[in-house]
Design a protein around this ligand. Structure first.
Ligand code: KPL
Length: 335
């Protein structure tokens, strides 16, 4: 057995659940790296296209064509897997959770690659917390169609247990090693963290600052840097997110830079805006496509968690209301 095959095999069987941009990217690159991976998508139509045409990842370093066994959510699993990598939108989590549980059997672990808050509680109804992990990634991907994804930018991926501290000797960050190894082999710069929550909340702060403003104004991410009028709004958003994180016991300032946390979060927001200047945020794309946005899991979740803890988050609450109003006006959907 070659080293590549041995390392890929050590991670065990993997099911990527979700046929959007990230799901296609992970499944395609993992399959090309020799991992024992299958892709579980929502519809039979996408499954049939994947079976007929294979999966294509277009990247700067070349095009990868992979034959990944494809299943629809309603299909029975081809046996239990060691890992489920869940890559769906928040609105699909309730439907995806029982599908993930069926693939996991009694011992597999689930890694959620999702934006925002809310999925943790839903998943915990189906899988014990000790088997739940989260991933935060800055890899860029754009789905071209049901079987083709463009790998638009390289980034970093961090994985860690959703509930740090209580996993016992065999669990926690240590259990991630084989998965980290196979993700690295597939070309993703990945590392395991004992506590992923600071990364999740920092990503949340970035999404809460960028997504609603780009969606409301109909502009690409880079435009937020040029509009100085928006900077105090973005600062207030990240300050509120940091206050709620602190109230939930999550320490966001884990690198010894010394600057106040809101300054560092704002720097992160601007860095992401510059790096993804031409991109349209996922919330803007959702609005344009007539899909429900993830506002309830971003600014809406920050506002409601703040209220639960007796804190005020007026800027996040207002942005959430405005996006709901825009959804209702644009799509005739009730807010
Ligand atoms: O994650 C994103 C999103 O669009 O949801 C950002 C970071 C804003 C990049 O577009």
């Amino acid at each position: 057995m070659t080293r590549k095959v041995k390392e890929a095999a050590a991670a065990g069987r993997i099911a990527v659940v979700g046929g959007g941009s990230l799901g296609l990217l992970l499944a395609g690159r993992l399959a090309a790296a020799g991992a024992d991976v299958r892709l579980v998508v929502r519809t039979a139509a996408q499954r049939d296209r994947l079976r007929a045409e294979g999966l294509c990842v277009e990247a700067v370093d070349g095009t990868i064509r992979a034959c990944v066994p494809a299943f629809a959510a309603a299909d029975p699993p081809d046996g239990p897997v060691e890992w489920v990598l869940l890559c769906v939108k928040q609105r699909h989590v309730a439907d995806a959770a029982p599908v993930c549980a069926a693939w996991l059997g009694g011992t597999g672990r689930l890694v959620a690659w999702l934006n925002g808050l809310g999925h943790e509680e839903v998943l915990a109804r189906w899988v014990e917390e000790a088997r739940l992990y989260a991933a935060v990634t800055t890899e860029g991907a754009l789905r071209m169609d049901a079987v083709r994804v463009h790998h638009t930018g390289r980034g970093e991926t961090h994985l860690g247990p959703m509930k740090p501290g209580g996993e016992g000797p065999a669990g926690g960050a240590a259990a991630l090693s084989p998965l980290v190894a196979v993700l690295r082999r597939a070309g993703f710069a990945t590392c395991a963290k004992p506590d992923i929550r600071p990364r999740m909340w920092r990503k949340l702060a970035v999404n809460c600052a960028i997504n609603p403003l780009t969606a409301l104004l109909g502009v690409p991410n880079g435009a937020l840097v040029d509009a100085a009028e928006l900077h105090p709004v973005m600062r207030a958003v990240v300050e509120e997110v940091a206050a709620v994180a602190a109230a939930e016991g999550v320490v966001l300032g884990d690198d010894p830079v010394g600057a106040p946390i809101a300054d560092r979060l704002l720097d992160e927001v601007f860095a992401v805006c510059r790096r993804t200047a031409a991109n349209r945020s996922s919330m803007l794309q959702d609005l344009e496509r007539g899909h429900p946005t993830e506002i309830a899991h971003l600014n809406g979740a920050v506002a409601s968690r703040a209220a639960r803890r007796g804190l005020a988050a007026p800027v996040n609450a207002t942005l959430a209301q405005l996006v709901r109003a825009k959804e209702a006006l644009v799509h005739g959907r009730k807010g």
